[in-house]
Design a protein around this ligand. Structure first.
Ligand code: NAD
Ligand code: MN
Length: 365
């Protein structure tokens, strides 16, 4: 038997509600794959913890996480704590400390769902966005000048290192190499942002020289956002800096069914440190406590986690079960136009995993 250790951080709002459904999925995966065991610990680091302790996590928090095989994250954020505090003191330190420099975000329209884009079908909407996850626009460097005067000024520096840009772009090219279309689209804005973005473009081209088979396009971020709507079928792998990738992936989620479905992996490709899997949505205070959040984004994140743990047959099983349940169409949460609650959606996926696994006999060879 193989044991995998998982640190679980449910967070705030709908985070714990969707993580609960994720836990049911981990259990059923153990049930259907007799060789795999998950052992986990929970960490209650969230805004409530902050109000009690004045920090989002203990001073040794990152050390506590470092020996796990992987981390499952829900979402953080509450009206009682400024958002830049909850994000900068919990999620961003984890992403940076563990060199999770790849934020992998599939944009894929599952069968049974319709895109809000008229005439676009599953074949048209199936690509992956790779977001730089440790530097760029999300730098902590800057501050206020001339406070209390009419000239008050806030400055935040963008940081693009050669090392950081090269490693994310190499990863993006390698993912493009692994896919049949061999196409990479990279977000830029080198016409207006005249120091960092021309540097980024140069590195895109340099690394492109090592990948002559890849058809690479640089698009300005504004045009690229428009193409997400007008010609999504032209994308295969899309890469962007931290901020551009963040914005593009909420848009990506919207064209394939919404934030309730969109998963992500914060990945350290070298596997030196644990990677972290989380829905791309936040704590959704507007629906928290009502039990109606869609758990699919969280459960799909577990599918990505299984792929990363080198259990691709389980990753595939989870994603196929989600797709089958959506295709059946009887169990849907309100964001998908249905009336099911969070637990009913989770239970339907768990039953489907059990049912589908009877046909495959995992782990009983
Ligand atoms: P959000 O993603 O929480 O919500 C945006 C909209 O999408 C809301 O209307 C919400 O109800 C809906 N939604 C989100 N997830 C859903 C789900 N699973 N099922 C159904 N509907 C869903 O973004 P926001 O409102 O901008 O932010 C709320 C809080 O979350 C803020 O404190 C923000 O800082 C935080 N946040 C955290 C993360 C994270 O933990 N990684 C990411 C984004 C936002
Ligand atoms: Mn975001």
């Amino acid at each position: 038997q193989k044991h995998f250790s998982i640190a679980i951080i449910p967070g705030d709002g709908i985070g714990p509600e969707v993580v609960n459904e994720g836990l049911k999925v981990l259990k059923v995966l153990e049930e259907v794959h007799s060789d795999v065991r998950f052992v986990y610990d929970f960490y209650d680091w969230n805004c409530e913890y902050y109000l009690k302790h004045g920090r989002m996590m203990p001073t040794n928090g990152l050390n506590l996480l470092e020996d796990y095989d992987t981390i499952l994250f829900g979402a953080v954020g509450a009206p009682t704590v400024p958002d830049h505090v909850s994000v900068w003191e919990l999620i961003l330190p984890i992403r940076r400390h563990f060199q999770q420099y790849v934020n992998l975000r599939p944009v894929k329209l599952l069968k049974g769902l319709e895109s809000p884009l008229r005439y676009k079908s599953h074949d048209d909407l199936d690509f992956v966005v790779i977001r730089e996850n440790t530097e760029g626009e999300y730098s902590n460097i800057g501050g206020r000048l001339h406070e209390g005067t009419p000239y008050e000024t806030a400055i935040q520096n963008n940081v693009f290192t050669r090392y950081g840009s090269e490693r994310i772009l190499k990863y993006a090219y390698s993912v493009a190499e692994s896919r049949p279309k061999k196409r990479l689209t990279v977000a830029t804005k080198s016409n207006a942002i005249n120091h960092t973005m021309p540097f980024w473009d140069e590195i895109v081209k340099e690394i492109g020289n090592e990948h002559p088979q890849i058809d690479v396009q640089l698009y300005h971020i504004d045009a690229l956002a428009a193409y997400f709507i007008s010609k999504p079928e032209s994308f295969d792998v899309v890469a962007g800096s931290n901020l551009f990738g963040d914005i593009l992936t909420d848009l990506g989620a919207a064209i394939v069914g919404g934030l309730g479905l969109a998963p992500s992996g914060n990945i350290n490709p070298e596997r030196k440190y644990p990677s972290m899997f989380e829905p791309i949505h936040g704590s959704a205070p507007d629906i928290a406590g009502k039990g109606i959040a869609n758990p699919i984004a969280q459960i799909w994140s577990i599918s990505l986690m299984m792929d990363h743990l080198r259990l691709p047959e389980l990753g595939k099983l989870v994603l196929s079960a989600i797709e089958e349940v959506l295709f059946d169409g009887t169990v849907r949460t309100p964001d998908l136009g249905g009336t099911a609650n969070t637990m009913e959606m989770g239970d339907a996926i768990v039953s489907k995993i059990r049912e589908m696994s009877l046909k495959t006999n995992l782990g009983e060879k």
